[in-house]
Design a protein around this ligand. Structure first.
Ligand code: GUN
Ligand code: ZN
Length: 496
């Protein structure tokens, strides 16, 4: 792998990065969107992508060009940048998608790699085998072995300055995805797309999409740029970035426009069903919904595609700003509310091994719901409870005030649990949270008490709480006393 990717501003497993694309002579800021350009259709001209949307990179299909009577020779003579009229970076795919759709393609791995270089691609792709979700394990293993051979074969093809993708396959087997990623990262190839996830995303299987990405990330170094192949719906950008993806390609903006579908960060609307256009992009500012519907087919499709791209680029900027501010998980949580399957995706993310990637300190922790209890900050605080020292034999853990009759008093706050007062002003205990939390938040605090009690078996702990739910009280370890604070309660005393 070349030294082409630098990252900064991390949050959860997401990061802002700079991908150097030497052949194009450009540096692409990530997370980046690569609009898919079909050279035969061009719903939006690449020049307009650059001018209107600031696109720094796009993706087109090298195999479509290879097999095209109209474009093959022109692409070889003029080069892709001239043919498409685009000065940014151009990534090409290899025909693997056609292979998975039609069962065969008429080109070898080596030949399509040489072709991609010959037409001036900046990032080429070998012919990986996209094993679909839920494939037999045998098949997933066999096809992965072939993909790995193709990646290794790609190393010996003279690809010059062109970067080369090393797709990560393995179907829905997390261990195979990790193994595939280790194999890919072990080659000299450059960019690491997570492949064959389109059927997962089309089936709204966002939790498994996140699991597949996390499994792949375990086999890749932090310096590996990761592309989520075929992820073009803006609803999932925040989630995918938080899981560790840096690049996305969108065919959705054009495909959806063709069917009168209008993308939003909360999902997809049908133009027929919209009385108002809930967006401030130039298209939506210039047209009422009925006007847009009344446009002739081709113009309507183009306007819808433009709106879809505006929403997509805007969402990427929103994601980048959240990364910078350190509140990406808050954004993911907001986006998750748009669709139940996204809630599952968010929960899968929180259940993943995020603590290692997530920076220890960032902006204000602000959780909206019971899911705040599963955030990496809460887990990390619980881990820290094993190491903090406790003064005295009788210790009060209090949501209210101190009490002299204990040897010492610690603060207690859901969802974190107990902490010494001295830590009150440090992240994440400065969290801004609603007063009414979901039971899961109190259960997480009880778990924190359990961690502290387990690390200090000789200390007698008392929990003073404001009406914790039964489920949280039941989650406290045996041997921890409780007392409930009330509206008129005195500071808790140990003889009540
Ligand atoms: N486009 C969408 N999924 C894939 C994949 O798994 N491999 C390749 N090469 N292209 C894709
Ligand atoms: Zn719009």
């Amino acid at each position: 792998m070349r030294d082409i990717f630098e990252t900064r501003d991390a949050d959860a497993a997401g990061r802002i990065g700079e991908l150097e694309v030497p052949r194009a002579g450009v540096t692409v800021e990530t997370p980046a969107l690569l609009p898919v350009i079909n050279p035969h259709i061009r719903t939006i001209e690449p020049a307009a992508l650059e001018e209107t949307f600031g696109a720094e990179i796009l993706i087109t299909n090298g195999y479509v060009l290879y097999t095209s009577d109209d474009y093959r020779e022109r692409a070889l003579e003029e080069g892709l940048h001239e043919l498409l009229d685009f000065s940014g970076a151009i990534m090409t795919d290899s025909g693997s998608f056609q292979l998975s759709e039609y069962g065969e393609i008429s080109v070898t791995n080596e030949e399509i790699l040489r072709f991609q270089r010959a037409v001036g691609s900046d990032v080429g792709t070998p012919v990986d085998i996209p094993t679909p979700p839920d494939a037999d394990r045998d098949r997933a293993e066999r096809e992965l072995a072939t993909t790995q051979e193709r990646l290794e074969a790609a190393e010996s093809v003279d690809t010059g300055e062109m970067l080369v993708n090393a797709p990560v396959q393995g179907s829905t087997y997390p261990d195979l995805r990790t193994e595939a990623a280790e194999g890919a990262y072990g080659t000299t190839l450059d960019v690491f797309p997570v492949g064959a996830v389109v059927p997962l995303m089309n089936g709204y299987r966002y939790a498994e999409t996140v699991e597949v990405v996390r499994a792949a990330k375990r086999g890749l170094g932090a310096d590996a740029p990761v592309h989520l192949f075929g992820a073009g719906h803006p609803m999932m950008f925040a989630l995918a970035v938080a899981a560790g993806c840096d690049l996305f390609d969108s065919a959705a903006y054009a495909l959806y426009a063709r069917d009168d579908r209008y993308l939003t960060v909360a999902g997809t609307d049908h133009l027929e069903e919209l009385d108002y256009l809930p967006c401030a992009c130039p298209v939506c500012a210039d047209h009422a919904a009925a006007e847009l519907r009344a446009l002739p087919d081709e113009r309507r499709e183009r306007r819808l595609a433009e709106h879809n791209l505006h929403v997509s680029y805007r969402e990427l900027r929103t994601v980048k700003q959240a990364l910078r501010a350190g509140n990406l998980l808050e954004l993911v949580e907001r986006r998750a509310r748009g669709h139940p399957a996204m809630v599952d995706g968010y929960r899968a993310l929180l259940d993943a091994d995020l603590e290692a990637a997530d920076p220890a300190s960032k902006g204000t922790f602000f959780g909206l719901s019971g899911d705040a209890a599963r955030r990496p900050e809460v887990r990390r605080h619980h881990d820290r409870l094993d190491r903090l020292s406790v003064d005295g034999e009788r210790v009060l853990l209090s949501e209210g005030g101190d009490n002299d009759r204990f040897d010492s008093t610690w603060r207690l706050r859901a969802p974190f649990g107990p902490y010494p007062a001295a830590l009150s002003d440090s992240y994440p205990l400065t969290a801004e949270l609603p007063e009414r939390l979901a039971p899961a938040a109190y259960e997480a605090a009880a778990e924190g008490v359990g961690r502290l009690a387990a690390a200090n078996p000789d200390v007698a702990f008392t929990v003073a709480h404001w009406g914790w739910p039964e489920t949280a009280l039941a989650a406290l370890p045996d041997g921890v006393s409780t007392l409930e604070l009330g509206p008129d309660s005195e500071p808790p005393s140990d003889d009540r």
